[in-house]
Design a protein around this ligand. Structure first.
Ligand code: F6R
Length: 366
């Protein structure tokens, strides 16, 4: 039931605090991740992992890309992330001790399922499914599982499935990092951040009125560029995917450092640039990337972490401040304004938000 909401997508965006809280429920306490949340023998198997291959499609692939930044930084394990439709048809090298991880909302995506079946032949330590549908094929066929508890997602564009996947991948990151001797104080800090993910998402949702105003700036555009750095690069990719899926505006995402290696040629007064700019060591780098956009007359929409000092005199553009909730969970929190922006641009353009043309909710054919 949509209730007070205009579309399922909007309802599902606003369900995220609840969905993420449910995904964390009885799996983590202020002391850290609880034992064996990945199934029987899960912690023992995870203790043996020397690296991970994460396979998924679309939005679920973007969740995997965020997890690569997390797991490599905190657990110091090598992570490859690949779209299932590529992985299944090539001869990937599988070093000893590699865990295969499939991420899928539906658990029935044809390429993801086929990749998981193919992985059986490739000599993995084991398989882990991160999935939203307990009775799905991907879950049935995996050794270990961690269910996201998003509840049914009706809108074709994935929203709460993504943030709950990030919550689940956050738990996986913490477990792997703890087992590999992450500093106790840092583990406690990351645990506290993850526990705050629902309330930080709740706060980000309060930006909706401002984002409705911003959406006006995009409705007559043909193209948009999304920029991010580090773990926010996949967030930019997810923002671009949402916008193109439901508003049919052509959008592309770049790691901000790649701007001058090509896409800068596209930037003029008709090219809006949307940037996710959290606090941290990459902020100064991102600011100089944005300066390059500004110098070419491109319109900038910047989502900046509250504490980040940004140049407030954007000649054409807006800086919207928000609280990312800390370096660990910021990608999940910054996703929310990306979803709201895409949603409201699409509503203003009058597209069929919940059922975008040419797309199906579950891609069970190749
Ligand atoms: C985008 C979207 C798709 C799915 C993709 C994978 O909004 O919904 O890109 O993320 O088709 O689906 P699952 O996660 O069910 O395997």
């Amino acid at each position: 039931e949509r209730g007070e909401y205009r579309h399922y997508m909007q309802k599902e965006i606003f369900e995220q605090p609840r969905a993420v809280a449910d995904t964390l429920e009885a799996r983590i306490s202020p002391n850290g991740v609880l034992p064996n949340i990945f199934g029987v023998g899960g912690d023992e198997l995870l203790a043996k992992v020397k690296g991970l291959h994460i396979i998924a499609c679309g939005t679920s692939y973007h969740a995997g890309l965020v997890a690569k930044y997390w797991i490599e930084e905190y657990a110091r394990l090598p992570v490859n992330v690949e779209v299932a439709s590529e992985y299944r048809y090539r001869e990937a090298v599988v070093p000893d001790g590699t865990l295969f991880v499939a991420i899928s909302q539906s658990g029935e995506t044809a390429d993801t399922l086929a990749a998981m079946r193919e992985s059986r032949r490739r000599g993995y330590l084991g398989t882990l499914a991160i999935c939203n549908v307990p009775e799905s094929s991907v879950v049935r066929e995996a050794d270990l599982k961690l269910m996201t508890r998003a509840g049914p997602e009706i809108g074709v564009a994935s929203t709460k499935a993504f943030t709950t996947q990030l919550a689940a991948l956050g738990l996986l990151t913490l477990q792997l990092a703890h087992q590999r001797g992450l500093d106790g104080a840092r583990y406690a800090d990351l645990t506290a951040q993850l526990l705050h993910m629902p309330s930080m998402i709740e706060k980000a949702l309060e930006l909706e009125p401002r984002i409705i105003e911003l959406s006006e700036r995009l409705i007559h555009r043909q193209h948009a560029l999304f920029l991010g750095r580090g773990a926010q690069h996949p967030v930019a990719m997810e923002g671009a995917l949402k916008l193109k899926e439901i508003s049919y505006i052509h959008a592309e995402a770049y790691a901000a450092g790649e701007l001058k290696h090509g896409p800068l040629a596209l930037v003029d007064e008709d090219m809006p640039v949307i940037a996710v700019a959290p606090n941290g060591p990459l902020l100064d780098k991102l600011k100089s990337n944005l300066q390059e956009v500004r110098a070419r007359g491109g319109e900038l929409l910047v989502f900046a972490d509250g504490e980040a000092s940004m140049d407030g005199n954007a000649s054409r553009g807006v800086i919207l401040r928000m609280d990312g909730g800390g370096d660990f969970i910021a990608p999940a929190v910054f996703t929310v304004p990306m979803q709201l922006l895409a949603y409201h641009v699409a509503v203003l353009r009058g597209t069929d938000v919940d059922q975008p043309r040419n797309l199906a909710k579950s891609v069970t054919v190749e």
